[in-house]
Design a protein around this ligand. Structure first.
Ligand code: SF4
Length: 419
């Protein structure tokens, strides 16, 4: 089997880091065809500023554009479909990616607004996705370069190259992906549209309670590979995350998308041991992290399961965890026989619109929304009443919760650092 090559560069200047990984992988003249169209797909999924490390850093995006231009392409385009419920153009603006890309000479495209779509069947689909609609532009471009940021993620443990390509689809497909086996659906997307180069931002990756509350860490690396699986596996090794904790890799291996075993990867540039720095993944044990509660999560989207995970930690931060111990938390579509049986309805918390048919039936308390707004599940636990709209006190109450939450994060970080 041919080894996958992964390039690691370390330093503090994004321009130099990007130039170095291009050079390590054969040089821009071998990676970019002259007169080609090059599409860059960063993570610009949420309207969060650069200092949060929620999105790819604008400095990395600009550095890649400048490097790619040395290969004399016809055009460089930065394209994204932001998370469900977010406006891509607003995400470009708030993340700083829009201004940085335009200044470096690229055009911006919101994939969600593209009208010229091609419906592509997925052969041998592993998820419920049988076809996906993709913009013609993405399919016809000579190059697609994937520019993820590495960050912790409540339901998927981490997100990097493989997961970032979820942002090439519009909201309808995105929603379908979340309602099936997400890891398998991600690999199904890769089976019909493959980035030919992946350049990951580990300049300031994020640890902690991602994707809701990221904690950026100075790491100073850029990692690149033509093989997204090898890149993600190498990035995991760089941050001390055992790949056996991540279901992606099994799904990727089944799809034959790349190599994740160390023996099948050749690392060039810096060695892993040279740059290794452990990041913190508080959700690594999944729902076993909160044994005092009973969870019913089958079929739930990652947006709702990650919200539940985040809520459990926020209950602790607000001193509400023990008080609510024993609750049964239901999330995702359920048949009646899958619902908690013989349980006091006051102890049943229903998360999301999948369960709205139970609202008002005296079978539990409901956080409505698809997915619910971030604080609603928390308030349903605390108040034992339904929450599902922007109540007048919404912002004030969120601000009240923020202080204890920040204090909790600092305490957890200090405990982790003292180990
Ligand atoms: S309510 Fe949650 S689990 Fe149900 S479809 Fe919406 S996001 Fe998915």
């Amino acid at each position: 089997m041919t080894k996958s090559v992964v390039a690691i560069a370390k330093g503090d200047d994004p321009e130099k880091l990007v130039a170095e990984v291009f050079s390590l992988l054969g040089g821009v003249e071998n990676l970019v065809r002259p007169h080609s169209t090059v599409i860059l797909k960063p993570n610009a999924g949420h309207p969060a500023p650069p200092e949060t490390s929620v999105n790819t850093s604008p400095a990395l995006v600009a550095a890649v554009i400048r490097e790619v231009k040395k290969g004399r392409p016809k055009e460089v385009i930065v394209a994204e479909a932001s998370a469900i419920g977010c406006d891509t153009l607003q995400c470009f603006e708030v993340s700083g990616i829009g201004a940085a890309a335009e200044e470096a000479g690229a055009r911006l495209i919101d994939i969600k607004r593209e009208k010229d779509l091609i419906n592509i069947p997925i052969r041998d689909a592993r998820s419920d996705l049988k076809k996906i609609k993709l913009p013609r532009l993405l399919l016809e471009a000579e190059h697609l370069f994937n520019l993820p940021i590495f960050k912790s993620h409540a339901s998927m443990v981490f997100t990097c190259a493989l997961k970032n390509m979820k942002g090439v689809v519009q909201d309808v497909t995105h929603q379908q992906m979340h309602m099936t086996d997400l890891a398998a659906a991600m690999m199904d997307v890769w089976s019909v549209i493959r980035a030919d180069l992946n350049i990951a931002d580990l300049i300031r990756p994020a640890e902690g309670y991602g994707p809701h509350t990221t904690i950026p860490v100075d790491f100073g690396c850029v990692v690149a590979s033509k093989d997204p699986v090898a890149l993600d596996a190498t990035a995991c090794r760089m941050v001390g995350l055992g790949i056996e904790n991540v279901q992606y890799f099994k799904a990727a291996a089944e799809r034959k998308l790349g190599n994740f075993r160390e023996d099948d990867i050749e690392v060039v540039g810096r060695r892993i041991e040279e740059v290794q720095q452990n990041l913190w993944f508080p959700y690594i044990a999944g729902f076993d992290t909160w044994p005092e509660y009973t969870f019913y999560t089958s079929g739930a989207c990652s947006s709702c399961t990650s919200l539940v995970a985040f809520t459990m930690e926020k209950l602790k931060a607000l001193g509400q965890y023990e008080r609510n111990a024993g609750c049964h938390v239901v999330v995702g579509p359920k048949r009646d026989e899958e619902m908690p049986q013989g349980v006091d309805p006051d102890q049943v918390i229903l998360i999301g619109d999948c369960l709205k048919r139970y609202r008002g039936k005296g079978l539990g308390h409901c956080a409505a929304g698809c997915p619910p707004l971030e604080p609603h599940p928390l308030w349903v636990f605390i108040d034992r009443e339904d929450h599902y709209e922007m109540e007048p006190y919404f912002r004030a109450r969120m601000a009240e919760d923020e202080g204890p939450w920040r204090a909790w994060i600092e305490r957890m970080k200090a405990e982790r650092n003292s180990k």
